[in-house]
Design a protein around this ligand. Sequence first.
Ligand SMILES: [Zn+2]
Length: 480
Amino acid sequence: MPARVTADAVVSKPGDGHTIEQGHLDIIDGRISEDLQVEPEVLLDAVGTVAVPSLANGHDHGRPVSSLAFGAVDGPLESWLTAIRTMPQLDPEASAVVFFGQLLASGFTATMHFDRPGEPQALVDSLSVVGRTASTMGIAAAIAVPMVNRNNLLYTDDAVATEALRGCGYSGDPSRFLPDSIASVGEQLAAVDAIADQVDGSRVNVQYGPHGPQWASDDLLEAVADASLQTGRRVHMHLLETARQRQWADREYPEGVVRHLDELGLLSERLSLAHGVWLRPDELALLGDRGVSIVINSSSNLRLRSGIAPMASMVAAGVDVAAGLDGLGFDDDVDGFRELRLAHLLQAGTGLDDAVSMGDCFHASMNQSHRVVRGTDGPWGFPSGAPADIVFLDRERLRADLAVDVDDAELIKARATKSYVKHVVADGQVVVRDGHVLTADVEAAAAEIRQQLLGSTSHLSATADDVAALQAATRRYYAD
Ligand SMILES: [Zn+2]
């Protein structure tokens, strides 16, 4: 049934376009339509709002609670990863409801869900639940199945790492942080197929998720490249997040890690890379040639001392730049609008013209991150055929202090945050109304997660000193 949503104004390309007053958008079969032949039904009459394309979260790990909640404080990625391993097992369905609910209420209608590594059957069980939950809640999700088979403690062989950590003053047994067994390449690929069998659909797709070259062997990466070519399934992977990873990659692959990935067949338009903070211009040029996307994560990179991604160079090299939260937003919050503002201010530079515009940053989320997640364009510009994924911001509050007229586009650039999100439409359905998620009981799921987390308090407290000691040894290892 054709439907119409109305708002006081529509800004179809925030940061890069002007406002259409008295706006409305027409929808048929979950997509924007500029050419309705019949009178539509009004789906949402959003008086007092301005409509913008929805955000997509191009890189995230699906944690339902802040890492601070279980004691993992910010610091360099390598020692933070040690602390993050202590996250208690939480119910996958309640976790997904909380994670997706927070995103929907913040104006995201699509997300990457790159879970932490686990045993293949456990991943099949939990990620199938996550995929089904995404479908029910009306959020588009890519389930990137984590694939890992080496260097579980440090960027070196586990046996070497175990000795090295002891040499760096850790008196406990580092092997308790190692997985019980390492699944074969075949078992890991079969797990991806099994999850896809259960959840692949119009809103949810399954992607190969090699965690990064330092954590996935060449034969695993090559098998992923082959399988992606055969199935058309996308690949999502971390790459060159920190200075330590750059050093490792330069030692391991003197011919160049990006060139090496290309030789393995991994670089294609189906690949998206998270971070890329330490990529060099020649590497960016190759990635641009191959049609690879990069997902920048500005807050996370600052909080984990990784640096600032060279977004202007990425754009100049023809790389499609997307954006994500990586579970570590500014202020430890899930706020995509604030995240994009931070990205713009970090990337704009000091010239008379912005090196990266606010429009580039909104485009990264409102188009490219949708592409990374779904494989197709997002609602940016609201062209006919785009997904009807629309966020309605509280226009009255955005304008409350104005003494002169200011264009809505400027107000969104300067001050939109998730607190202004009133309603959200995803695939032509109202999923958030007056700030309230309609498609699941997010508060009940959050209460359940809270109870489960509190059940781990004594264990977390009892092991905190040991974890801190391992973190200290990890920092000492990389300092040498
Ligand atoms: Zn990540």
